[in-house]
Design a protein around this ligand. Structure first.
Ligand code: ACM
Length: 533
């Protein structure tokens, strides 16, 4: 049975289950229910094809075979084994894949994938004897492994031995992303989040095939990365946060650890130093960065728009060059985000002067500029990426930029801002962009949202999480789940699969997984959670 588009498959299964089959037909229901797991993948795959009556079972003899000679494939095999071993209790050894063709067991191969799946896609084949993931690049193998996790029972995510059985429904998935940029953002400036929280969030976003983590590393309330040439930024500028807590910052070694942890999960870190506004922590740390040479006090409130770097001083550009130079050197990814939002204490002409120089400095360090969409109010380099965060569906300046070739990351605040409350009763979060329940997060099309900014201008989507009210991992998770998977699906899945009923079923099926993984999620009443999750 070949079905292009998962919702149809799921619908078929649900019809079979609800039509009251019993007795002799029970095994058919079981069979259908098994094939439903192919249709349960989130984000929805491009094509899922069930093979009736076929099931692969992981057993005590199952081996993972990784593409011979590929350290990346071996590493991904190791990550898969690290999930399977604790919950199955099986040894799950890893071996080099034989050149003679896929062996019985689980194979992760960098050969034989269709060209159309590109660098991040994969093909997954499940038969009675084997599970074979094929990809053109390691990123695709990693994505295929995330799909395989979802095809196994939720208990596979457990840290302790569970009864099983560990079965995967037979069939084939051929899958690749719609957009190149599928991001999440953590604001570690308003409240500092330690490395352990960032790593856990990386694990969580990787589950849903996101490939960018944007770190908002500086704001009025704190500077969160050590800069050797300007040490007070972190030591003093990082010493507080919203509400007056002790803040904190990443040493350069810790930042490298985050980058490396993300890299083996095929996630690129996009560091942001917000400027020329949102800079009180820097201005408080160095008096000479202020036009009047007077350092303001550290700030622990939540107002915006009151700070600006001094555009007319040359030392400002020495600062930019040295700070961005150090961060560029620590960051293997292509992007440096320079903020540019809400610069209401910078005149329009100063903003243009500043952004011209800032973009040149980023380019001189070999990186591509990303800015909040306010940056298009200045002339932008052809490579500069604008991140739309507005709440309207038209923005003349962004449209003009897009029509001039600027690529746009879509983060409309009223759909993607994970710090917005779900409803008026949500304890955490803000609501200046409205309340965002799951249907609001899911119900839009990034490729046809902003007037005059079509699919080809859209680099992708991103879900920012600002932390004025967010302090702990539990807070982060509560705001991200279940909305983050909605944004992830908009970034990955073809628009032809976009269907609330299907998404709702697949999202609900994640609940038991989050339960097993200890993810603190909001039990939105819009979602059909399975009973007991
Ligand atoms: C923003 O929300 N100020 C980008």
């Amino acid at each position: 049975m070949t079905i292009g588009g998962v919702p149809l498959l799921l619908t078929t299964v649900m019809l079979a289950v609800t039509s009251g089959l019993s007795g002799a037909a029970a095994s058919d229901v079981q069979q259908e229910a098994t094939s439903a797991s192919l249709a349960s993948v989130l984000p929805a795959p491009v094509v899922a094809t069930a093979t009736q009556g076929v099931t692969y079972r992981i057993t005590t003899t199952t081996t993972i075979y990784a593409q011979a000679g590929s350290a990346a494939a071996a590493d991904i095999a190791g990550q898969l084994a690290a999930i399977l071993r604790p919950s199955t209790g099986y040894p799950v050894p890893i071996a080099a894949a034989p050149s003679s063709g896929p062996a019985d067991g689980i194979s992760l191969l960098l050969s034989g994938a269709p060209t159309e799946v590109g660098d991040e896609g994969y093909q997954l084949d499940v038969t009675d004897a084997s599970i074979v993931v094929r990809a053109n690049q390691p990123a695709g193998l990693f994505a295929g492994v995330q799909t395989l996790r979802q095809l196994l029972p939720p208990a596979v995510e457990s840290a302790s031995v569970q009864p099983g059985p560990w079965e995967v429904a037979g069939g084939q998935i051929v899958d690749h992303p719609r957009f190149a940029h599928r991001g999440a953002m953590l604001d570690v400036a308003r409240h500092f989040l330690p490395v352990s929280v960032v790593k856990r969030y990386i694990d969580e976003i990787a589950l849903y095939k996101l490939n960018r983590l944007h770190l908002h590393l500086s704001d009025d309330q704190g500077w969160r990365i050590a800069v050797n040439s300007w040490p007070n930024l972190a030591i003093y500028g990082g010493s507080t946060e919203v509400g007056g807590g002790t803040g904190g910052y990443y040493t350069q070694d810790e930042y490298r650890q985050i980058v490396a942890y993300a890299a083996v999960r095929y996630i690129t870190i996009v560091p942001e130093i917000d400027m020329p506004g949102h800079t009180n922590a820097a201005l408080a740390s160095y008096a000479e960065l202020n036009c009047d040479n007077v350092a303001p006090k550290l700030y622990t409130g939540t107002k915006v728009g009151f700070s600006s770097l001094c555009v007319s001083k040359e030392i400002t550009y020495t600062f930019l060059d040295q700070v961005l130079g150090e961060i560029a050197a620590l960051t293997p990814g292509p992007y440096l985000h320079i903020g540019g939002d809400e610069a209401s204490s910078t005149t329009a002409s100063d903003y243009t002067t500043f952004m011209n120089r800032a973009q040149q400095i980023v380019a001189a360090h070999g990186k591509t500029v990303v800015g909040w969409h306010d940056i298009v109010n200045a002339p932008v380099l052809p490579s500069t990426v604008a991140q739309f965060w507005g709440t309207t569906t038209s923005n003349a300046a962004v449209t003009a930029a897009a029509q001039n070739g600027t690529k746009v990351v879509m983060s409309p605040a009223n759909h993607t801002y994970l710090d917005m409350k779900y409803n008026s009763r949500t304890r955490l979060g803000q609501h200046w962009a409205g309340y965002i329940d799951v249907q609001d997060a899911y119900g839009w099309d990034p490729g046809a949202y902003l007037a005059g900014v079509g699919e080809t201008s859209v680099l992708g989507v991103e879900a920012p999480l600002w932390t004025e009210t967010i302090e702990t991992l539990a807070d982060v998770e509560y705001m991200a789940f279940p909305r983050l998977p909605a944004i992830a699906e908009l970034g990955w899945s073809p628009m032809s699969t976009h269907d609330w009923a299907s998404f709702n079923q697949r999202l609900g099926a994640q609940g038991p997984r989050w339960h097993v993984m200890g993810i603190n999620y909001y039990h939105s009443t819009q979602v059909s959670w399975p009973t007991g999750s």
